[in-house]
Design a protein around this ligand. Structure first.
Ligand code: SF4
Length: 517
């Protein structure tokens, strides 16, 4: 057989396109043998680079006092028993996982089998998902202590000043669907069924429950029963919170009874928790975190400042927050604590204008056009009629005075259509507010350029940690259920954020300096 010329046989494109003469010989390829057994020498320490964040996390966690995690450990040296997983390893695994946007214990178990960073941390061992998930939500006090210890270390490095602290709330979705909310009757019925189920499962023989699957089923039944019992308690709590009207039937989630329906940034509503984060402006580190079931931030300022105080032993000098935290109570409270409170002024003029528009009052007959006479404690209307003081009362830490015109004066007035078109049984009323000195001082302060400038920088400092936690750590929905566990997951995310900032601001610089030298 005649072979093709050498230059033609090297043109593989022609060979594969079928243009080449049929008599060509088939090309030979390297064999892929997936049946073979292969051994490789592996240096575990070389699995990751010298400047890998897993090394920094391991180093940082190694400097913490973890004795609280081992105080009840029974497996000790010299005695029989299975050795426990080192808390330094479990903490490092969770911190590294959160920093990579991973909040699932099962996913971490899988990653331990092939991901070099996880393999380096575990020393090529696979950590069981149950051990990981139990560790995350057990040891609540130790976890809070860990967060404070980390703040102590960062404070010692001069990274926290508490000169200026921001507070901001972010809604994170609960691990519950919007359609899991039910009325009390449905939950009581479901609880009866769950109790019967638990009783039936408890009566299973030891042989049957010895099986792993049966034990898991038993645990699931008990957890469902406990969840429904918690759900029943939440009905009274919801009423006491004041979010339910007298004629309204409250509904509670059967999946996560402590979650509340909250407004989301996209305008929708979803079962969520309100996470309050305090950030120190010096280096953007989180100095306190708390979780609440409240749908708004109005009553969260004082508790946020108290958490900062508890964590660092110092009250922040200045607290910057958005308009959701502005109330007379908060202004007075911050003044009493000697905290410089910076927040935007409420647009009362704008609010009043829209109110006038709704009531059909023209601009010439707004309250500001009525003249106050302190000597007689009365107002004079634009038509010269007198409005004496009728009522004095207190509301939202302020004193209010109500002044009313005579009904007959208004009914016979040519300007009634512009002044009080809707009033049929009473004359026009105007109000005067006697402001607290603290509120007057706050208003004057917030009119100054320096205060406006401070407030202008708030969003960058306050919203960065929230954005980081949601976008980088992918914590848009909690992996755990219940206020306590959700609070713990929030602490995990915040301490991870602080360690990431330490890596960025300190560890990397030191690493570069050492290696450059
Ligand atoms: S309606 Fe009554 S309050 Fe208003 S301008 Fe006339 S008299 Fe005065």
């Amino acid at each position: 057989m005649e072979l093709p010329p050498a230059e033609e046989s090297s043109n593989m494109a022609e060979v594969f396109s079928g243009k080449y003469p049929k008599k060509i010989r088939k090309p030979r390829f390297q064999l892929i043998d997936r049946e073979q057994l292969s051994w490789q020498a592996l240096n575990v320490d070389r699995l990751i680079s010298e400047d890998h964040p897993a090394r920094a996390i391991w180093e940082f966690v190694g400097n913490l006092d973890l004795s609280g995690y081992v105080k009840n450990v029974r497996a000790v040296e010299g005695f029989a028993g299975r050795p426990l997983l080192n808390p330094q390893l479990l903490i490092s695994l969770w911190v590294y996982a959160y920093s990579q946007g991973m909040g699932s214990a099962r996913a971490i178990e899988r990653l331990c089998q092939h991901d070099p960073a996880y393999q380096w941390l575990t020393g090529m061992e696979v950590v069981n998902a149950h051990s990981l998930s139990d560790f995350r939500v057990e040891h609540e006090e130790e976890l809070k202590g860990l967060f404070i210890q980390i703040l102590g270390l960062l404070n010692a490095e001069g990274m926290i000043t508490l000169e200026q602290v921001t507070q901001d709330g972010t809604k994170i979705r609960a691990s519950a669907a919007p359609d899991s909310f039910r009325g009390k009757d449905r939950i009581e019925k479901a609880l009866d069924v769950a109790r019967e189920h638990v009783k039936a499962v408890d009566q299973l023989s030891e042989e049957e429950t010895g099986k792993r699957v049966e034990r898991a089923r038993q645990r699931a039944c008990r957890e469902r029963k406990e969840r429904l019992e918690t759900a029943l308690k939440q009905f009274d709590k919801k009423r006491s919170e004041g979010g339910v009207k007298d004629n309204e039937k409250p509904r509670v989630s059967m999946t996560d009874p402590e979650a509340r329906i909250m407004k989301q940034p996209d305008g929708g509503f979803a079962p969520s928790y309100n996470v309050q984060v305090n950030t120190d402006a010096a280096n953007g580190l989180i100095v306190a975190v708390g979780v609440t079931q409240a749908g708004n931030d109005l009553n969260q300022l004082t508790s946020g400042v108290e958490r900062v105080q508890q964590n660092l032993g110092i009250t922040p000098k200045q607290v910057v927050a958005d308009g959701g935290y502005v109330s007379r109570d908060n202004i007075v409270e911050m003044e009493s604590r000697n905290v410089d409170f910076i927040a935007p002024l409420c647009d009362e003029v704008g609010k009043a204008k829209s109110n006038y528009a709704v009531r059909g009052i023209s601009a010439d007959y707004e309250s500001s056009r009525f003249i106050y006479d302190a000597a007689t404690n009365s107002f004079q209307c634009p038509q010269g009629k007198l409005l004496p003081c009728k009522v004095k009362y207190e509301e939202d830490s302020k004193v209010l005075y109500k002044y009313c015109a005579n009904l007959a004066d208004c009914q016979n007035c040519a300007a009634k259509g512009q002044c009080c078109p809707g009033n049929k049984k009473s004359g026009r009323a105007v109000f005067r507010t006697e402001e607290l000195p603290q509120v007057i001082k706050f208003r004057q302060k917030m009119e100054t350029e320096s205060a406006k400038e401070i407030y202008h920088k708030r969003s960058q400092i306050a919203e960065t940690p929230n954005l980081w936690i949601k976008a980088k750590f992918k914590l848009r929905q909690f992996s755990v259920r219940g206020l306590k566990k959700v609070g713990m997951e929030s602490i995990w995310a915040c301490l991870t954020y602080n360690i990431c900032q330490w890596i960025r601001l300190c560890w990397r610089k030191q690493f570069v300096a050492v290696n450059a030298g």
